[in-house]
Design a protein around this ligand. Structure first.
Ligand code: COA
Length: 703
């Protein structure tokens, strides 16, 4: 069903319209009338004949025609009855403003379900309950109590908080930001963020989708659909609140490192959604996306009439990962010919403190034509002779004549205000600091790159799926969640991992013989299905260099461990080759109950324990994404080799991550897993999965 009936209805009924000032039903009626809504308005109130000259009806059935949109603003306990009336007359689009539903507890929740049942039975779509209403500036519909109808603009906004929407409107009005549509989704009983985002993606007046969310209703669907929406239009989201489900107790290393927001970050990254940490940042970015073409590269030129701000901008460009444009020889020569001798004709182009509007315009025209420039940032400080408004006019004119994004930062307050007005009118985004302007350019440049990224191709490796199936199913049948070391390794071996050689010994002599065959040094590990955390009970000894050391360690382990864990069934001791070559990294997976498997890569040892230097990404992984996970760690350089130390085989780690991603995608029963440490040597060597831990759960159990 198209949502057109919500945003461009031919008629609106307001159930609960009131004559009494201050009442929600009064404010919404006034807003609809004052906003200039051109369709028919039907106030509904059994106790009143007319309101402000509009005929009032006792109920929906007495109107005599079907209102295309119905707003419900009556006490919660009567909402179901009104919904029944909607069903009877055949209205299909309803906004419930009323609060007192799911958000107040079990009784409210029941009421909400009842209302929803009636709506679904009649094919009615619902926004709310517990919402502030909806606004469509193009069709002059202000069906909300958020305030006056805002100016038209290219931003479509969806908010899970009604109150925040009112604040956003107020702030936007103050700085002249306009909207196409605003939707308060309230409790999301029926329609949720994705429904509205999909509508906005198709809405011709909307160029940018922005929103505020506290949670996402359907994680799997969101992952699938949000990427398509983002591809159509940039999506800027503020997200607050933790996912209670994502924050469940974790038994693996990976699980404990995955913060409650990690899944959202992964999903947003996969979907190309631009996350904003504040309303200001969201406005900053939205202005840029709404008014400027996307920069086709990441090189930025700065034009300024003051040295200091120029340097600040240059620093921001570098620190935020953009490129400080190197102007072509031709551009430099043209600038030198037109600007005073003291001007800086390289980036940042300094037109000098006495620059009038004409000098700015000349510089702008010349740099706009340079192929090395993808975006232009114009800085201005109001000096005695500065023509603030005329300079703004020149910027607007030059931006119109070229298809490159232009951003302005007029530093100051009162003196620059006339310029800001011109910029606003001329659709040039303007910022209160060079840093925030650069952040907006960066967001646009990243989005452009994301949109032009190569198609995602997930490689499938030949694996022994049957073997894993057998192990996993047996554990689930027996109700065992944690798979022991041997079988965890069998699972990863079935997916192409190499694990250390070793055998089980039941006597000290046997242990020494196995060690001799493996070669020293070796590792001893207590062998028991009942002991998961072996080192905690003294069940691990590493670096044993001789047969004698092995025998002594064996005897000590067999003496001590049973004392610490008398109930454990001890089957012997695993004698294992010791991997000393290469660097330790950790690979893992944590399954988020809403969004699915999140892969983890981290530097091993102290890096993961202390620095928590890890990167997450949503499975299934492509080769590019797997490699990007490594690059995203702070200590990535250590893997490529620093200070004379040889680097390790990056591609081998990326392949391991892809194999692991295939495993956890093919086995949704795997809840969490770690391969820690994963020892990786120089290019061409085979990495070894030294230890693995896997926990499983019946599918659907966590939902
Ligand atoms: N059909 C038509 N009109 C009805 C009606 C019905 N079934 N039931 C009541 N009305 C009329 C009332 O007579 C009253 O009109 P009046 O002012 O002329 O007497 C009007 O509707 C409102 O009913 P009232 O009982 O006075 O309720 P209220 O205005 O105090 O509160 C709500 C109604 C919906 C505003 C209130 O229950 C509510 O939910 N408030 C919170 C809203 C909110 O915060 N939403 C979330 C924002 S983020």
């Amino acid at each position: 069903m198209s949502l057109e009936s919500f945003f461009n209805p031919a008629s609106v009924a307001i159930v609960g319209a009131s004559r009494r000032p201050g009442k929600v039903g009064r404010e919404i009626l006034v807003n609809i009338v004052r906003g200039g809504y051109p369709g028919k308005i039907f106030p509904i109130n059994p106790g009143v004949d007319s309101i402000d000259g509009l005929k009032c009806y006792p109920d929906l059935t007495s109107i005599g025609e079907v209102p295309e949109l119905v707003l419900i603003i009556v006490p919660a306990e009567t909402v179901a009855d009104v919904m029944r009336q909607c069903a009877r007359i055949g209205s299909k689009s309803v906004v419930i403003i009323t609060a007192g539903f799911k958000e107040v507890g079990a009784a409210g929740s029941q009421l909400e379900q009842e209302v929803l049942r009636i709506a679904h039975g009649a094919g009615i779509r619902v926004i709310g309950p517990n919402c502030l209403g909806i606004i469509d500036t193009v069709h002059k519909l202000n069906a909300s109590f958020a305030g006056d109808l805002p100016g038209t603009g290219a931003i479509g906004y969806v908010s899970q908080s009604g109150a925040l929407l009112a604040a956003i409107l107020d702030m936007a009005n103050a700085v002249g930001i306009g909207f196409s549509t605003l939707v308060s989704i309230g409790n999301k009983a029926d329609m949720d963020e994705l429904d509205i985002m999909q509508y906005l993606a198709d809405c011709p007046e909307t160029k940018v989708i922005a929103g505020y969310l506290e949670n996402i209703s359907d994680g799997n669907q969101f992952v699938r659909e949000a990427e398509i929406i983002s591809h159509a239009k940039p999506v800027l989201l503020m997200k607050s609140g933790a996912t209670g489900a994502g924050a469940r107790a974790a038994s693996s290393h990976t699980g404990s490192l995955a913060g409650s927001e990690t899944a959202y970050e992964c999903v947003f990254e996969r979907a190309g959604i631009i996350r904003c940490n504040s309303i200001k940042t969201q406005f900053d970015f939205a202005q840029a996306f709404a008014t400027q073409p996307l920069p086709e590269g990441d090189s930025v030129v700065v034009i300024t009439n003051a040295g200091g701000p120029g340097i600040m901008a240059a620093d921001a460009i570098e620190s935020q990962g953009l490129t400080f444009a190197k102007l072509s020889e031709e551009t430099v020569q043209k600038l030198a010919a037109k600007l005073p001798a003291a001007a800086n004709v390289n980036n940042p182009v300094d037109v000098l403190g006495d620059a009038l509007a004409e000098r700015y315009e000349l510089a702008l025209e010349i740099v706009m034509a340079d192929k090395n420039v993808s975006a232009i940032l114009v800085l201005l400080t109001p000096q005695a002779m500065t023509e603030v408004a005329a300079t703004a006019e020149a910027i607007v004119k030059e931006a119109k004549n070229h298809n490159k994004p232009v951003f302005a930062c007029f530093l100051g307050a009162e003196k620059v205000e006339p310029g800001l007005k011109v910029l606003r009118r001329g659709q040039i985004p303007q910022y209160d600091s060079p840093e925030s302007a650069v952040a907006a350019i960066k967001a646009m440049s990243d989005y452009h790159r994301w949109r032009h990224r190569p198609k995602r191709v997930v490689k499938l490796y030949p694996v022994n799926r049957r073997k894993v199936e057998n192990i996993v199913e047996r554990h689930l049948r027996l109700g065992i969640r944690e798979i022991g070391e041997v079988e965890s390794k069998e699972i990863i071996e079935a997916y192409g991992f190499v694990t250390p050689k070793g055998s089980i010994a039941t006597t000290a002599e046997q242990a020494a013989n196995i060690a001799r065959q493996l070669g020293f040094p070796v590792v001893l590990k207590i062998w028991s299905p009942d002991i998961i955390h072996k080192s905690d009970v003294g069940g691990v000894r590493v670096g044993l260099k001789s047969a004698q050391e092995v025998m002594d360690a064996f005897d000590l382990m067999m003496f001590r461990v049973p004392k610490k864990m008398p109930e454990a069934d001890i089957l012997g001791v695993l004698v294992q080759e010791m991997c000393t070559e290469g660097k330790e990294v950790i690979l893992g997976m944590h399954r988020d109950p809403h969004f699915g498997p999140m892969m983890m890569f981290g530097m091993g040892g102290i890096m993961v324990e202390v620095l928590k230097d890890v990167a997450f990404y949503l499975a299934p992984l492509t080769a590019v994404e797997a490699k990007q996970m490594l690059v995203n760690t702070r200590t990535y350089k250590m893997l490529t080799g620093v200070r004379g130390q040889a680097g390790v085989d990056i591609d081998a780690i990326a392949e391991a991550l892809q194999r692991l991603s295939q495993l956890v995608t093919e086995f949704p029963q795997i809840l969490e897993m770690d391969i820690n440490p994963f020892m990786v040597g120089p290019e061409g060597t085979t990495p070894i999965a030294v230890d693995a831990r896997i926990s499983v759960e019946k599918v659907g159990q966590t939902k």
